[in-house]
Write a protein that binds this ligand. Structure first.
Ligand SMILES: [Fe+2]
Ligand SMILES: [Fe+2]
Length: 422
């Protein structure tokens, strides 16, 4: 900043500061837009504002330039540590203020190593320090020499336009954020009364904000899911005993059950599920278990037990080994938990007729792991039974393996020659 004051008179200097602020806010937007677009594999208009500016970068640049002047005589190493510390403090403060003002988390590093309250983390602080180094040695000298070569009138016009534009954009962005919060509140209060199209419309309307700040999903998740979880858990608690009784009880032959799924359970494509190991047996056995219990419980609750049964039997209709697969649409194993409901639904629709409740059951049976909560009581019941059955199967398999290991160890010991045991 001192470099400008040497070159310009007091009257125009403020316009140059604003112009530099605009340039650095724009460069910040480019950095964020590239980072978000690359990580999300689509173009993302980053930042809080509608326009291509992130003023936080402008503020960061101003901080760095002030510190550069104050500590200009210091050795380069402590100077850059101060830059890193200042930018980290700035990031923490803005994160804290946005949480307090808008009651939402715009970014969250709580899953990164060495983070502080999820607002800052070491990994990004190192990036900011490196950026500060590039900024003072390269970006600022180039921007400064370019800007001082321009006619002062152009700079004045650009600076005034930028201030007016930023102010307008900020006002509209605040209105948008407030609207977003209202929509979220409306969504979780009216969730069960809204149609799928209405819900999708609401989600679409704040898609830009979610792309720019993907961590906002956690805010929505917290607001919608917590409320729904509360309603659902009291509903499920009331039928939990019945579910346990059904799981452990004897199974009479239910003609209606087999009649409901007769086009599915003998279908040549569906039978292929027998070839894939799931938790302790094949996927085929697992879905039959979940479907039968869903049938009994939903019938007991006087819900749409036919849809519940059909949705339940198709809920894991994916034809691959989820532990070791090379599915083209599912290249990373860790995403199986989130992705397989959509794969199961595609398969189900390809071979059978699927109604709205069945679709909801298949698509959302992994909730709350998947983002959008179920819409129907039947979906909650199937999702709950699936978790119950899966946990039981995992535990059984674990016990079976432990028993097998212990027997193997025992056999090995008994096979050892007598003198080696002495
Ligand atoms: Fe599943
Ligand atoms: Fe399942």
């Amino acid at each position: 900043m001192i470099e400008i004051s040497i070159m310009l008179d007091e009257g125009t200097i403020v316009f140059y500061y604003v112009a530099l602020f605009a340039i650095y806010s724009f460069l910040g937007w480019i950095i964020e837009a590239v980072y978000r677009s690359v990580t999300q594999k689509k173009f993302v208009n980053a930042g809080f504002l509608y326009g291509p500016f992130i003023p936080l970068y402008g503020i960061g640049a101003a901080f760095i330039l002030i510190l550069q002047n104050v500590f200009s005589t210091w050795h380069i190493l402590p100077r850059f540590l101060i830059f890193g510390l200042a930018l980290t403090t700035l990031e923490y403060t803005v994160g804290f203020l946005s949480e307090k003002t808008f009651k939402m988390t715009l970014w969250d590093y709580s899953e990164s190593k060495l983070n502080l309250n999820g607002r800052v983390c070491l990994q990004f602080s190192i990036c900011w320090t490196a950026l500060a180094l590039i900024f003072v040695t390269l970006i600022h000298p180039v921007a400064l020499s370019a800007i001082t070569k321009l006619n002062a009138v152009y700079i004045e016009i650009a600076a005034v336009t930028f201030v007016i534009y930023c102010f307008t954009d900020f006002v509209f962005s605040v209105i948008f954020i407030t609207e977003f919060q209202k929509k979220i509140a409306y969504l979780y209060n009216e969730y069960f009364n809204l149609s799928n199209i209405e819900i999708e419309k609401i989600f679409d309307s704040f898609q830009r904000l979610l792309n720019a700040f993907p961590d906002l999903n956690k805010y929505i998740n917290k607001n919608i899911n917590n409320n729904i979880k509360r309603i659902v858990s009291s509903f499920l608690k009331s039928i939990q005993d019945k579910i346990i009784e059904e799981i452990n009880g004897r199974r009479p032959f239910e003609y209606e059950y087999y009649e409901t799924i007769q086009d599915i359970h003998g279908h040549e494509e569906f039978i292929k599920l027998k070839d894939y190991f799931h938790h302790n047996s094949s996927i085929y056995d697992h879905v039959q278990e979940v479907a039968y219990l869903s049938y009994r419980i939903c019938k007991y609750l006087k819900l749409d037990h036919r849809s519940a049964t059909r949705g339940a039997i198709l809920h894991d209709f994916f034809l691959y080994d989820w532990r070791d697969h090379d599915e083209p649409d599912l290249h990373r194993k860790k995403f199986h938990g989130v992705e397989h409901p959509a794969i199961a639904l595609t398969n189900a629709k390809k071979h059978f007729s699927v109604n709205e409740i069945e679709e909801d059951i298949i698509k959302k049976h992994m909730w709350p792991l998947t983002f959008v909560p179920p819409r129907y009581k039947e979906s909650f019941v199937v999702s709950f039974i699936d978790k119950y059955v899966s946990s039981k199967e995992f535990i059984d398999e674990f016990r079976k393996r432990r028993k097998r290991r212990n027997t193997h160890k025992k056999n090995m010991r008994s096979k050892k020659p007598i003198n080696s045991r002495i």
